[in-house]
Ligand binder design. Structure first.
Ligand code: GRF
Length: 198
């Protein structure tokens, strides 16, 4: 699911094509905006796409239409890739521990909008990205994977965002492959990779 540029969606799509995410297909790409470049890219790639706009409806009604589409397409894992709307509790409950999001900071630092700008303004020397399960709080669910990215001398918020974005594309593919492998358990807030005898 996306709302904009769609570079993370394209990275995931490439990851599948290259076999880095095995035995997987993209069942449907959903945008809440008809003008999102990402949905145009999905269409050009020959994927099934749906534009489901809120059109002033209450969030629950909009989400119900999206849930119905995901179910009709037999989606097993929902990946938010720059989807710029909060999900209702009803949405989260329809796909328990089956919704992933990518966020451009090392959570729990800098949740919310413009995480890269927030990190830069705060003066941190390391930031990064986080792939996490979606729960009912913003940028909050169990963390599957993080990648650290240094803030370099001469950076501004844009150069930092670009360096983080490169790592997002790697991280999302890795995280999806891990989750689809099923080789993990969740212990409280902790994602624990399964090793022998575990
Ligand atoms: C990414 O920075 C992602 O972390 C955030 O929204 C941005 C989406 O970029 N959630 P793109 O549309 O995938 O290029």
């Amino acid at each position: 699911m996306l709302s904009g540029r769609g570079s993370n969606f394209l990275a995931i799509s490439e990851g599948i094509a290259q076999g880095r995410i095995a035995n997987t297909e993209i069942a449907v790409v959903i945008s809440n905006r008809g003008d999102a470049p990402g949905i145009a890219a999905a269409r050009s790639a020959g994927l099934v796409t749906e534009v489901i706009e809120p059109r002033g409806r209450p969030r629950a009604d909009h989400d119900a239409e999206i849930i119905a589409s995901l179910q009709a397409h037999q989606v097993e894992l929902v990946c938010l890739a720059g989807y710029m709307r909060l999900l209702s509790a009803q949405f989260v409950r329809a796909f328990p521990q089956r919704i992933l999001n990518i966020h451009p900071s090392l959570l729990p630092a800098f949740p919310g909008l413009d995480a890269q700008g927030q990190a830069f303004a705060y003066g941190v020397t390391v930031s990064g990205c986080t792939v996490h399960f979606v729960d009912e709080e913003l940028d909050h669910g169990v963390i599957v994977l993080q990648k650290a990215v240094p803030v370099l001398p001469g950076d501004d918020a844009d150069t930092l965002a670009a360096r983080i974005l490169e790592q997002e594309h790697v991280a999302y593919i890795e995280a999806i492959a891990r989750v689809l492998s099923g080789e993990y358990r969740v212990d409280g807030r902790r994602y624990v990779a399964r090793s022998d005898g575990n």
